[in-house]
Design a protein around this ligand. Structure first.
Ligand SMILES: Cc1cc2nc3c(=O)[nH]c(=O)nc-3n(C[C@H](O)[C@H](O)[C@H](O)COP(=O)(O)O)c2cc1C
Length: 241
């Protein structure tokens, strides 16, 4: 592989250290009792804000069985009382990590609104029928892309990827029904903690965190009834910024 060194364009250390903004006056006195009501409102506001592109983009952090962490952006595709849903490749690095260690973090970085939401929770694969239903709504070229990519595996060259895409496109031409790849599907993250952060003046930011009264037990997990956040008792606590 050859590397393009390009033109050097960089900020000095002094420029980086001087990068700061003063945050606003609008604070968080309190939030609704149901964290998902609060989240849906913030997502809506982020989506309406022209300065925020892809308001549903979130940083997913996973840990593998040895405790090695990795983060990447994924897109939120559904949020309900049962959790936060995204789609990916089950044999990707994140997929393998979730398989051995289902505890994950989702972070929404809505900087243009001086806001951040961090969700800790347990990721579980969604049902095959739900995955298939969603896959069928994707544009054809994304469906073919899902077949072409052996996500997270080493790749010799871009040509190899494009060849794989072409052969999948020949197999399922535009207009035909593209089946869901067996190792592609959705995950739903059931929240155990949801923290809302709002930037305030003088670095006196607001941090309000919903915490579940019951903690997740690795051996037992949650029983079905506990997955429903509307039935769950959440405690809302304020933390030092
Ligand atoms: C804005 C944005 C949205 C993305 N959405 C997804 C997504 O929904 N699902 C996904 O698997 N990868 C998505 N990616 C790519 C991932 O960040 C990542 O590169 C890929 O999933 C491989 O990660 P892994 O090797 O750690 O498993 C997105 C990247 C960006 C920048």
């Amino acid at each position: 592989m050859t590397l393009d060194t390009g033109m050097e364009k960089k900020l000095t250390s002094a420029e980086i250290s001087a990068m700061r903004r003063s945050y606003g006056d609008d604070g968080l006195e309190t939030l609704p009792a149901d964290p998902l009501v609060a989240f849906s409102q913030w997502l809506h506001e982020a989506h309406e804000n022209p300065l925020i592109i892809e308001a549903n983009a979130m940083v997913l952090t996973t840990a593998d069985h040895e405790g090695n962490l990795s983060s990447r952006t994924v897109l939120l595709k559904d949020v309900s009382q049962h959790g936060f849903t995204f789609f990916s490749n089950y044999s990707s690095r994140k997929g393998l990590a979730i398989h051995s260690q289902p505890q994950v973090t989702l972070l929404f970085p809505w900087y243009a609104q001086e806001r951040q939401v961090i969700i800790n929770g347990i990721a579980q694969q969604i049902s095959r029928s739900e995955t298939e239903e969603y896959f069928a709504t994707r544009p054809w070229n994304s469906q073919i892309g899902a077949w072409a990519s052996r996500q997270s595996a080493p790749l010799e060259s871009r040509t190899e990827l494009e060849e794989r895409w072409k052969s999948a496109a020949e197999k399922w031409p535009e207009g035909s029904v593209v089946p869901t790849p067996p190792l592609w599907g959705g995950y739903r993250v059931m929240p155990t903690e949801i923290e809302f952060w709002q930037g305030r003046y003088s670095r006196l930011h607001d941090r309000l965190r919903y915490e579940r009264s019951r903690t997740y037990d690795h051996n037992v997990g949650y029983d079905e009834g506990n997955l429903d956040t509307s039935k769950e008792e959440w405690e809302l606590k304020r933390y030092y910024p």
